[in-house]
Design a protein around this ligand. Structure first.
Ligand code: FAD
Ligand code: SIN
Length: 547
């Protein structure tokens, strides 16, 4: 099923660019890691869109750090473990909370403007399933822009960093048993490029674009996970996809997130008939863990035969809402909703992938020279369900750890440029096709895939639906041919959808973000991870008990 494309090639017509490290991805994970690497090495940062086209840019709520009196790393640890429903890797969570204040201080030193009160103290907000107010904000509701704009400014003025925007990475290059670069194509000219380096860091973000309704940017198609898998790296926990409870479907069809922080400020959820309902599902009502709120909303939508519920924040003044949530206020206002007077229609949307490329707490994948950080990676820090505002923290904490580890490779001199013609990479026909512009797979397949994933592999799953999705995806992977980078992106979407579906079929229980109507209970014997790895043209499935 997964044909091994790999054999030698003479690189005809391909521009080769040598550097120390290639970082694929310019979100907060990639940008922070690149800056750290650049202290000692030359770095190329590649993004398939413009540098700011990322999920990081869209982050609203904040970044978690136990800073308030009465809070502690231990409490943050406990909340993260509880949200993770028995599948967090305790070593990773310990690293996350222990490194957090140090990394936040670094962001402050770099010039990130976290919101402060009139006394000049950092403001801390509360979000669902956090036992304390510990969410640092920026610009009210635009933490992502607040952090990423500063990192990008630093990257642009850094002499050790070279930037390639609108460059789509397709697959990894091998040299012996290690990864030594990445193949890509310039999206504008169609010219192939090979970045050759001592280490490749994948920071390619999430997968939520495989669903019809998603809070993610259009490029969240799981490319890094697909590339790493093709290169032989294990992927893990793919069944755990987080659905954000409150997304607004705008008139133009675009999905816009209504931050959890709105519920943190007292926003309540009501159904079509005007009843508040979340207290029926959890003692913490609107501030219950995200998976519980999403399922509660989903059930109310079914019960009331309506495609939405409503978020009511009208008890807050217009002035407060405009300054606390400037982006949300304006976006809703432009969509015809004055949130100080009207309820916001919301429904759940695919938001975050807890699973990804399996790594340790240094971003190492098990393949020499290949690292992964941020949402594309999985070191088990989020378990089966991520706690709100822990993702950006994950990006900077493990980005820094990964850079430290990767720099150890720096002193190794393993590449002889003369030998570069012998690198292994996908076959010649694949190579030649990159520049072409036919759209065999895109369009229709993507549309059907998104519908099937939403219907069958969404918030509530069962064997029959999962099997339907699995059969569809399998047939498309086997029969489709790729002709251009858009097709490879579609192929990646099919591949990561297959991983989610296959893992969801195997996990015969409900846990965290994975809910099976036919297996509604959480089972002790399933306190383990599902790992998928390419073996020839097959997928090998193994399970590992949680650490
Ligand atoms: P991204 O920021 O998504 O960056 C991915 C990068 O990879 C991009 O530069 C892209 O161009 C590049 N890339 C991908 N594929 C390729 C390829 N084939 N070739 C070349 N480049 C490629 N988390 C929080 O902690 N707090 C929040 O408040 C919060 N709010 C959120 C709000 C929204 C609407 C969304 C969508 C997410 C939110 N999250 C939040 C989650 C968090 O923003 C993301 O998990 C995090 O930003 C991921 O960062 P990243 O660097 O791993 O990936
Ligand atoms: C939000 O602001 O609700 C998103 C926070 C997150 O995904 O961590």
């Amino acid at each position: 099923m997964f044909t091994d494309y790999v054999f030698d090639c003479d690189y005809n017509g391909c521009q080769k660019i040598f550097t120390d490290f290639v970082v694929v991805g310019s979100g907060i994970a990639g940008a922070f890691t690149a800056l750290k690497l650049s202290e000692k090495a030359r770095v190329i940062i590649v993004s398939k869109g413009r540098l700011t086209e990322t999920n990081s840019t869209k982050a609203q709520g904040g970044i978690a750090c136990a800073l308030s009196p009465g809070d502690s790393g231990d409490l943050h640890y406990k909340d993260t473990i509880e949200a993770g429903a028995g599948l967090c890797n305790t070593e990773s969570v310990r690293a996350l909370v222990e490194d957090s204040s140090r990394r936040i201080k670094e962001l402050l030193d770099l010039g990130v403007n976290f919101d402060k009160n009139s006394k000049g103290e950092l403001v801390l907000a509360k979000e669902g399933a956090h036992s304390c107010a510990r969410i640092l904000r920026s610009g009210g509701d635009s933490i992502g822009k607040g952090i990423l704009s500063v990192l990008i400014e630093r990257i642009k003025s850094n002499k050790n960093i070279e930037i390639y925007e609108n460059t789509f990475c397709t697959d990894l290059l091998h040299y012996g048993d290690r990864v030594c670069g990445v193949l890509s194509v310039d999206k504008k000219s169609g010219c192939p490029l090979a970045f050759i380096a001592k280490g490749v860091i994948l920071a390619t973000g999430g997968i939520a674009q495989v669903y019809k309704y998603s809070t993610n940017w259009s490029g969240a198609t799981g490319d890094g996970i697909a590339m790493a898998f093709r290169a032989g790296a294990p992927v893990v926990d793919m069944e755990f996809v987080q659905f954000h409870p409150t997304a607004l479907l705008k008139r133009d069809g675009e999905v816009f997130l209504i931050s959890e922080a709105v519920r943190g400020e007292g926003g309540i959820l009501i159904n079509k008939t005007g009843e508040r309902f979340m207290q029926l599902y959890h003692r913490d009502a609107e501030l219950a863990p995200r998976d519980v709120v999403s399922r509660g909303i989903f059930k109310e939508m079914l019960k009331t035969n309506c495609d939405k519920v409503f978020l009511d924040i009208t008890h807050k003044s217009r002035e407060f809402l405009k300054s606390r949530f400037p982006t949300i206020f304006t976006m809703c206002y432009n969509s015809g909703i004055d949130i100080s007077k009207e309820f916001i229609p919301v429904s759940p949307a695919a938001h975050y992938s807890m699973g990804g490329i399996m790594t340790n707490i240094y971003g190492e994948t098990g393949i020499k020279g290949l690292f992964a950080v941020g949402e594309t990676s999985c070191n088990g820090v989020h378990g089966a369900n991520r706690l709100a505002s822990n993702s950006l923290l994950d990006c900077i904490v493990f980005g820094a750890r990964c850079a430290e580890k990767a720099l150890q490779y720096y002193s190794e001199d393993f590449i002889n440029p003369e030998e570069s013609y012998n690198f292994r990479h996908p076959d010649r026909s694949y190579w030649r096709c990159l520049g072409k512009r036919k759209h065999h797979l895109t369009g229709e397949i993507r549309k059907t895939l998104k519908e099937i994933m939403t219907k069958n592999v969404g918030i509530i799953r069962d064997q029959k639906g999962l099997k339907t999705a699995c059969d569809f995806i399998r047939s498309r992977i086997i029969t489709s041919k790729f002709d251009c980078w858009e097709d490879i992106e579609t192929l990646n979407m099919l591949l990561v959808s297959y991983f989610v579906t296959l893992s969801a079929i195997i996990r015969k229980e409900s846990r965290g973000a994975h809910y099976r109507e036919d297996y509604p209970a959480m089972m002790k014997e399933w306190e383990k991870h599902i790992i998928l790895q390419k073996r020839g043209d097959r997928i090998e499935v193994t399970t590992a008990y949680n650490r």
